[in-house]
Write a protein that binds this ligand. Structure first.
Ligand SMILES: Nc1ncnc2c1ncn2[C@@H]1O[C@H](COP(=O)(O)OP(=O)(O)OP(=O)(O)O)[C@@H](O)[C@H]1O
Length: 316
């Protein structure tokens, strides 16, 4: 995607996205509700046209790749076709692709082999979701696009789903999935693209995102001392105060701790790597979040790296 923009009235659902995905990559599109993930996927699949910019799949217009059977997709909505069985539906889709896998294999991979004879309009939410996965897989497409694939799945089905997805990716296929779940993105993608307000705010591995958002957390008891100057200590990206405990996010924990020691402020000291949650919240901190920061006594300073906005730990 190059400079892709898609607006709905005043909402710029996709707001100038440049994104290139190489063959064989497994990429997570991570963002909160309404971040623009589904709209970006619709543009990519040619279901919607960008207002500005260009979208190309395998070097041509998306429709081209879709028609050639190079793409399989599992979207969030889509009403079940009435009266057909799971086996019939997946078999029908298989016949629209040039070199599909056997229907049995797709049903087994998606964990719905035992539902082959069941009508698709008589499935539970999680079962329907898994059938959609079988539909996406059966054509053995080079690219598979999954919009929040585990949304309706229970824990066991979720594990089974990611196992199947990873084995599909291992065969050299490209996988692009959207999710709200940081852990899923971290555990199953080579690369995480964080989307917020229609824009890409970070792009890298889980580890890179953690580092970009401020590598470590340093917490200590204030023991009645003030917080003046804490956010100016070396390495400090943001300061959060809860009760008598201060939490500093820092990209140089050694320097921060030495400076704290010089202030005599190391009671109950705790140093830990920032979690992916911290990184995500910092990367997607909104203006309204910053307002709540000042209400709750937190100050923040701009972070380095790929962080585009003042980062904050305080968004929950
Ligand atoms: N057809 C539409 N008409 C009007 N507004 C839309 C339409 N589709 C999406 N939007 C708006 O565009 C923004 C992005 O929506 P989108 O569905 O792409 O987000 P998302 O990241 O997929 O969200 P979620 O995680 O909740 O599925 C939202 O503000 C949404 O309300």
């Amino acid at each position: 995607m190059t400079g892709a923009v898609k607006a709905f009235g005043a909402v710029r659902a996709v707001d100038g996205v440049d994104l290139e995905i190489a063959r064989g990559e497994t990429v997570a599109l991570l963002g909160r509700n309404g971040a623009g993930k589904s709209t970006a996927l619709s543009l990519l699949l040619g279901l919607d046209k960008p207002d500005e910019g260009t979208v190309r799949l395998f070097g041509a217009a998306p429709e081209h790749a879709v028609r050639a059977g190079r793409v399989g997709a599992m979207l969030q909505d889509g009403r079940p076709v009435p009266r057909v069985t799971v086996g019939e539906l997946v078999g029908f889709v298989a016949r629209t692709y040039p070199a599909p896998m056997p229907v049995r294999e797709a049903l087994a991979l998606a964990g719905v082999a035992e539902l082959a004879g069941r009508r698709v309009d008589r499935l539970s939410g999680g079962q329907a979701q898994r059938v959609r996965f079988a539909v996406a897989l059966v054509g053995k497409p080079a690219l598979i696009v999954l919009d929040e694939p585990t949304a309706a799945l229970d824990v066991e089905a979720r594990y089974a789903f990611w196992d199947s997805m990873r084995s599909y990716a291992r065969h050299g296929h490209t996988v692009l999935f959207s999710t709200h779940y940081l852990e899923e993105a971290d555990a199953n993608a080579d690369r995480i693209v964080v989307v917020d307000h229609g824009r890409i705010v970070a792009d890298g591995t889980g580890e890179q995102l953690r580092r970009a958002a401020g590598g470590s957390l340093v917490a200590f008891d204030l023991a009645g001392a003030g917080t003046d100057g804490l956010s100016l200590l070396p390495g400090v990206v943001s300061l959060e105060v809860r009760g008598d405990r201060a939490r500093l996010r820092t990209d140089d924990p050694d320097a921060t701790v030495i400076a704290l020691a010089e202030r005599g402020a190391i009671r109950g000291l705790e140093v830990a790597p920032a979690s992916l949650d911290d990184a995500f919240l910092a990367l997607t901190a909104t203006d309204s979040d910053s307002t709540s920061d000042s209400v709750s006594g937190t100050t923040s300073a701009p972070a380095s790296g790929t962080v585009a906005r003042p980062a904050s730990l305080e968004t929950v």
